[in-house]
Design a protein around this ligand. Structure first.
Ligand SMILES: C[S@@+](CC[C@H](N)C(=O)[O-])C[C@H]1O[C@@H](n2cnc3c(N)ncnc32)[C@H](O)[C@@H]1O
Length: 207
């Protein structure tokens, strides 16, 4: 079975005869569901986008006046795509090429944002490690927004198996240190017009 790795994702973001990264199932031309969950958080909030890929979330954050942005992914091809798209604006963003599970956050962030990344972590140990990094990168008052395939979502993405997540899975991730404030079921329309069921959560790190 194919396993998730930087090389796998580099290939997923590379152009092929069947299209470029904007034809991939997870692609969206707007990160509207994320903004729905982020709500009225002040744009002065520091934010990290975990497994950002080549998402336009960072473009939209800059458009909205967010100025303290960190974009993290382990695929250099994906990060290059975003940097090329942003042009000169890329200089105002901190880019981190690393496996999130081995990342030592150098600071905490007011917003942790993850769309379609956590669901690739199948093993309990990896999810526990993700939870440790999440705790190291946040502080009381930090907001966490995570979106991934929900209980009725697909079992695969990008040729990889995923772990479909319920609210109970998020409760297990957050433990007593976070309070889930909001959940949202979204039907993502893929570029090929098929749909996928996402479950989004917004949680607050308790004081
Ligand atoms: C399905 S894509 C989603 C990309 C982006 N968040 C979006 O919404 O378009 C999953 C992304 O997670 C990244 N990723 C997966 N596992 C990772 C890990 N352990 N560390 C860092 N990035 C990872 C991949 O390289 C890829 O860019």
């Amino acid at each position: 079975m194919i396993s998730s790795s930087p090389d796998h994702w580099d290939r997923s973001f590379s152009s092929t005869p069947s299209g470029d990264h904007t034809s991939r199932g997870w692609y969206q031309s707007s990160a509207a569901p994320s903004w729905l969950m982020i709500g009225d958080l002040d744009p002065s909030t520091s934010a990290v986008d975990i497994g950002a890929g080549a998402s336009v979330w960072v473009d939209e954050a800059l458009d909205r006046g967010w100025s303290d942005l960190t974009v993290l992914d382990w695929s250099p091809v994906a990060l290059d795509l975003s940097q090329a798209r942003l042009g000169a604006r890329a200089a105002s963003v901190t880019w981190v090429e690393v496996d999130v599970l081995t990342w030592t956050p150098p600071r905490t962030f007011g917003l942790w944002h993850d769309r379609a990344v956590l669901h690739f972590l199948l093993e309990d140990d990896d999810r526990a490690r993700y939870g440790q990094v999440l705790r190291a990168a946040t502080a009381p008052g930090s907001v966490v927004v995570i979106g991934g395939f929900g209980p009725s979502g697909p079992e695969m993405c990008a040729g990889l198996p995923v772990r479909r997540q319920s609210v109970a899975d998020f409760e297990a991730l957050f433990g007593t240190e976070f309070t889930i404030e909001r959940t949202f079921e979204q039907s993502h329309v893929r570029p090929d017009k098929n749909t996928q069921d996402y479950l989004w959560v917004r949680a607050l790190r308790n004081g």
